[in-house]
Design a protein around this ligand. Structure first.
Ligand code: PNS
Length: 162
């Protein structure tokens, strides 16, 4: 049987409109899109894994075929455990390509039943990243064009209180 589930893994610290664009486009192809938030120990994250999941749940509330989950350890172990075979990732630039190429090759070496598929980012989102949004927010800049409206207040609040 052909797969009808894909996994969209990432840090989502926080989810951006670029991520949401990939999620929506994956929803048009797959019956279920599992957004998997990485929960590896990392003190540099601005939001806890619970906060990141809650923001994704809000941002995806109108997308019935999206499921938000988290994983720790290796992505290939999560794929094996959940029986999913397809990883979706977005590509914004040649820089992304270098990193993604290496990750896809390594994931396939670690678990050859994992297939990585890539979506080119939609033109309006090529320059958006969670890191640049956090930097702008930390200096009080306007990030409203880059993140879902429903999570904008909590991102602003997090950086106001730092
Ligand atoms: O949003 P990000 O930070 O670009 O996502 C990167 C992510 C989470 C997909 C990647 O770092 C990952 O899969 N980490 C889990 C650990 C792992 O499997 N490492 C080997 C990948 S080659």
């Amino acid at each position: 049987m052909k797969p009808n589930v894909c996994v969209y893994p990432g840090s989502f610290d926080p989810v951006t409109l670029g991520h949401l664009d990939i999620i929506k486009r994956a929803c048009a192809i797959f019956a279920e899109v599992r957004v998997a938030v990485l929960n590896n120990p990392d003190k540099t994250k601005a939001f806890s894994v619970e906060e990141r999941i809650a923001m994704l749940e809000k941002a995806c509330q109108n997308l019935p075929n999206v499921r938000i989950d988290s994983f720790s350890g290796l992505l290939v172990s999560y794929m094996r455990k959940t029986g999913a075979g397809i990883v979706i990732r977005g590509l914004r630039s040649a820089g992304d390509f270098e990193t993604e190429f290496q990750m896809a090759q390594m994931n396939s070496r670690l678990n050859e039943s994992v297939e990585s598929l890539f979506m080119m980012t939609s033109p309006g989102y090529a320059y958006i990243s969670s890191s640049i949004i956090k930097q702008i927010a930390s200096f009080g800049g306007d990030i409203s064009a880059f993140v879902p409206d429903c999570i904008l207040p909590e991102i602003i609040e997090r950086f106001q209180n730092r």
